[in-house]
Design a protein. Structure first.
Length: 217
């Protein structure tokens, strides 16, 4: 039995679940996975068995329970400093935390109009002026970080910041968003990660279909 248990939702749709799952997998941290199908079979009550917040993801470490994707990643960074989930320098850590928090609390237009669905392709769907502004800001963040760090990921090695933006990467693929060459190359690097391919394969195997996330062009 692994030290950690990570409670997640559907891999096809749950962007918040993806973030700590990817961070843990990429860092080589073993965990037992509990997947709860969202919006079905009293999912709310099932999640509340693990967290009173009633939302996924949830990390369980013995008597310690941590909910919220960014809080989970912060906890893991403290528990496993050798994993270097945050950059080494104070300045880079501050920058990484700032863009991770911006992702955590922002980009509402993108979230609302281009919901995560890694099993489908909806080219051109969901684009509004507000979404375009969100995309432009994300590109600005990525290009700036990659220029500072020299790649291949936002702060050199894969870390929490990359995990926080990974669901956006899937959205850009699903909706065939036009990106700059630098941003497109970053998307391709994230999608090529073995752990990301593992997530996609598991999503394809899921039986649940949630109409609210099955947008039609």
């Amino acid at each position: 039995m692994a030290q950690y248990t990570l409670v997640i939702g559907n891999k096809a749709y749950s962007s918040w679940s993806m973030r700590p799952w990817l961070a843990m997998k990429q860092a080589g941290l073993a965990f037992d996975e509990v997947r709860i199908a969202l919006y079905a079979d009293e999912h709310d009550a099932k999640i509340r068995q693990y967290s009173a917040a009633g939302k996924v993801p949830v990390l369980i470490d013995g008597a310690i329970t941590v909910w919220d994707s960014l809080a989970i990643c912060e906890y893991l960074a403290e528990r496993h400093p050798a994993a270097r989930l945050w950059p080494d320098s104070i300045a880079a850590r501050a920058h990484a935390r700032a863009i991770s928090a911006e992702m955590h609390s922002g980009f509402v237009a993108l979230r609302s109009n281009m919901g995560m669905n890694v099993r489908r392709s909806f080219p051109g769907t969901g684009m509004t002026p507000e979404v375009a502004r969100d995309i432009a800001r994300i590109e600005q963040i990525w290009v700036d970080c990659l220029k500072r760090a020299g790649g291949p990921f936002l702060f050199g090695a894969f870390g929490i910041a990359d995990a926080m933006y990974a669901p956006v990467v899937t959205r850009f693929k699903t909706y065939a968003v036009s990106l700059s060459a630098v941003a497109r190359a970053y998307v391709e690097r994230i999608l090529a990660l073995p752990v990301m391919r593992e997530w996609y394969a598991a999503a394809q195997a899921e039986a649940e279909v949630l109409p609210q996330f099955e947008h039609r062009p």
